[in-house]
Design a protein around this ligand. Sequence first.
Ligand code: DGL
Length: 251
Amino acid sequence: MSDLIGFFDSGLGGISVLHEARRVMPNENYLFFGDNKNTPYGPRSLKEIRALSEAGIGRLLDRGVKAVVIACNTVTSAYGEIVRAEHPELPIIGMEPALKPAHFARHGGRVIVLATDATLRLEKFKRLMARYGDDAIPVVGRGLVELVESGKANTPEAEEAVRALLSPYTDRQIDAVVLGCTHYPYLRDHIQKLFPEAKLFDGRDGTVQRLKSQLEKYGLRSDDAPGTVEYQTSAGPETVEMMKRLMDWMD
Ligand code: DGL
């Protein structure tokens, strides 16, 4: 087994989770793999998402990682239970839209859950909705992942795309917006602008706290030397540069 913690996402979204992990555990060594060539996963069939996820997480497993973070809500929904059943020996931490804390933060208004098509249509989210979704409004973030992947998160084009998706709800009392895809934290300013009173929730903090406690439970923490990050992508070298820029931008 190596000392690496493997992170997987369909693309750049997982960098937002990796950044939080580095902040909380700077002495760990991370291996990030983004399947940028095949992103977005959200509009794909369950079968396709599972096949791509198996290949992507397989790359991390081949390197003997000591833990896996599925830094993607879509992959967790489609493949999380399968990979956990296949690798009971390994801490595997997944993600789901932070609907539960958003639900409890309401004060008479509603919760928007913004996520990919696949996340919202699969069984895992239906179970979450049954428990905490009585006042939730699920919205597919169509086109948003593509904007982030093409480096346009901070452009008027992205702001307009967010507005087009969410303006139908600006006349209601929205108490919270759940960023149910790891690509969306890069768009948070555009979202907050539309709902200035709403609290935004994403799963990064909870995921990283869970990673930390799992590493501790398994006796796998590395805490004695400055950690490293290795970036890998199924796309070209310019994507690795983009990953590094995003990490710096979030500092
Ligand atoms: N970042 C991924 C998530 O959290 C999905 C992006 C995609 O559609 O590929 O759901």
